[in-house]
Write a protein of this length. Structure first.
Length: 137
């Protein structure tokens, strides 16, 4: 049986993991040619800055999967907003062709689900396998 790792702040002890998925505007396959790797760097920098953990991430050409462990008082919605905002601004400035292809990089919507009772290893494996599934379509 795996041991659950709990985190704490001065008020609470928690273990909150979220599966987050979001897409570029019009689901265009623009997360390629270095944009994917740069997105991963931006996400890791932001996680260190805001104090959340990216347990797993996979960037597909037309969507992003993240497994995030964060303080519930900070809120997953704030993380997603910061992540989409900063990555859009930086990626569109570093890759000018994105500005020509899209009026804005990300859609306004996103999917988020708590991992709940699912073993983290299973969710991590699912996210890791997304690249393989897309390549074999």
């Amino acid at each position: 049986m795996s041991q659950r790792n709990y985190k704490s702040n001065k008020n609470i002890v928690f273990s909150c993991k979220y599966h987050v998925v979001f897409c570029p505007k019009y689901r265009r396959p623009v997360l390629t040619d270095g944009v994917d790797e740069r997105f991963k760097q931006i996400a890791l920098e932001l996680s260190e800055e805001l104090g959340f953990e990216i347990v797993e991430q996979e960037v597909m050409p037309d969507h992003v999967h993240l497994l995030i462990d964060c303080d519930p008082q900070f809120g997953i919605h704030r993380i997603v907003k910061q992540l989409k905002g900063r990555s859009s601004r930086l990626l569109r400035s570093e890759f000018p062709w994105l500005k020509r292809r899209l009026p804005s990089l990300w859609t306004n919507s996103y999917f988020v689900a708590t991992v709940g009772g699912a073993p983290i290893a299973i969710v991590r494996q699912y996210i890791e396998n997304q690249k393989w599934v897309a390549d074999n379509k």
